[in-house]
Design a protein around this ligand. Structure first.
Ligand SMILES: Cc1ncc(COP(=O)(O)O)c(C=O)c1O
Length: 444
């Protein structure tokens, strides 16, 4: 396992999903951030087109007002239990969030991250059905290509990053997988719109096969990360919503990435005009300044539950909630959601120029979340080798640019405050790296 040794040579930091040879070659130790840039301890500066690689830093690095809001709350009340008591900041954050969440998502539990939010959402769904007398509903439908986190129930729904899934098998029973709406390489070998949205319609057949009386929820990201910022075709979510309604299945929309302006709306599902029953949030909810996630739901889900059997010590944490509040205030008052839509449209327009490369298959994106899909053959849409994508990411890093790889694609998710000059420079570097890689592969 990859370990990063401390100065004495005795201690080490256990690295997540990092190959040993990365440590041997040397990785940047990031010590500071300012706006869209981060700096390592050797004094190198990087333009970060990923908001911290896992994409939380929506408002940018180095916001003193946000840091101060958390510090002030820690001095006033650092902690109190979420059981039988609550705290004012949790109430305030619920009130603030409910101004922006879609429809009637007005009830919130605050947790520490996206996985905990998904775990809580699945428990809410299960306990909702149980309290209504449907004690057998335990299965959750998710999609191939889905990423919902790493806690037990979240991992059960993971349809991508299969090494993580397989390393922990056997998993909690109850996974049901359906296809993702990945039109560029349709898993059903169909073409939109002639396909009549079979990837969505087919969910009905799978529910019948699994037994509707066993199915608790359908979970999906409004725009999916698995294949690189993949928006579904028009009409997809309406079909899924209708099927869930027909079978009494709760629809959990996972906004962990899409929420808080990432796609140019407060929440990703707003692009598709349907109402979730439960919503999960994290990342942009606190812009990464403190660990924070949330699950929200409509009254009809929470009301039948007598007592919600679930607790984390740090649920509804006052310091995290104070930071979340300040972050939402910044997003709102500085119009960063509208900005994400505008600057994201510019980014996508400029990034399309990459499609001239023989190895770039498709450039897509919504707001400040963009994907570059690759292929070794544009005619057959052949899959691109992952190690080659990793090599493009490393080339960019050496030139001072942070981008990330996601499945067969490269992904970009900059802080929403990014300026056009940074976008232009970033695209120039990506062009160089893609051209160098293509030449190396003999595909230039
Ligand atoms: C859609 C989605 N859900 C859940 C998670 C899990 O969030 P976390 O890593 O904060 O536990 C992620 C993480 O990337 C995610 O993208």
């Amino acid at each position: 396992m990859a370990k990063l040794k401390g100065s004495s040579g005795k201690s080490s930091v256990i690295m997540c999903r990092t190959p040993k040879d990365f440590i041997e070659k040397g990785i940047p130790i990031i010590v500071r951030g300012e706006g869209t840039r981060v700096f390592d301890r050797d004094g190198n500066s990087y333009l970060d087109l990923t908001s911290g690689v896992t994409r939380p830093v929506h408002v940018g690095y180095g916001r003193k007002d946000l840091a101060e809001a958390a510090g002030k709350q820690a001095a006033e009340l650092c902690y109190f239990t979420p059981v039988n008591f609550t705290n004012q900041r949790a109430i305030d954050l619920a009130e603030s969030l409910s101004r922006f969440t879609p429809g009637n998502i007005n009830n919130f539990l605050f947790v520490c991250d996206g996985s905990e939010a998904v775990e809580s959402a699945m428990k809410l769904a299960k306990q909702y059905h149980s309290w209504k007398g449907d004690k057998q509903r335990f299965k959750v439908i998710s999609r191939r290509g889905a990423y919902h986190g790493v806690t037990a129930l979240a991992l059960r729904a993971m349809g991508t990053v299969l090494t993580m899934r397989h390393s922990m098998e056997p998993l909690t029973p109850g996974s049901v997988f359906v296809e993702s709406p990945y039109c560029y390489r349709c898993p059903l070998h169909l073409t939109y719109p002639d396909c009549d949205l079979l990837c969505a319609g087919d969910v009905r057949r799978i529910i019948e096969f699994e037994g509707p009386e066993h199915i608790s929820a359908f979970i999906g990201e409004p725009i999916q990360q698995g294949f690189g910022a993949l928006a579904p075709p028009e009409g997809y979510w309406e079909v899924i919503r209708e099927i869930c309604n027909d079978y009494g299945i709760l629809l959990i929309i996972d906004e962990v990435i899409c929420g808080f302006g990432r796609t140019g709306r407060w929440f990703g599902i707003e692009h598709f005009g349907i109402q979730p029953d439960i919503m999960t949030m994290a990342k942009g909810i606190s812009s990464g300044y403190v660990p924070l996630g949330a699950v929200g739901c409509i009254d009809e889900v929470i009301d039948p539950i007598g007592t919600f059997e679930h607790i984390h010590t740090y649920a509804n944490h006052p310091v995290s909630c104070a930071a979340g509040l300040k972050n939402i205030e910044i997003l709102d008052q500085e119009n960063l959601i509208e900005r994400a839509a505008e600057i994201g449209a510019y980014f996508l327009d400029q990034l399309k120029s990459l499609e001239e490369h023989p190895i770039v298959a498709e450039v897509r994106g919504t707001g400040c979340w963009l994907g570059i899909d690759f292929t070794t053959d544009k005619k057959t849409r052949a899959v691109f080798p992952m190690d080659r994508l990793g090599s493009i990411v490393q080339r960019a890093l050496r030139k001072g640019l942070i981008i990330k790889l996601m499945g067969q694609a490269l992904e970009l998710a900059p802080p929403l405050i990014i300026e056009k000059s940074d976008i232009d420079w970033g695209i120039k570097i990506i062009h160089e790296c893609v051209a160098e890689e293509a030449k190396d592969m003999g595909l230039a």
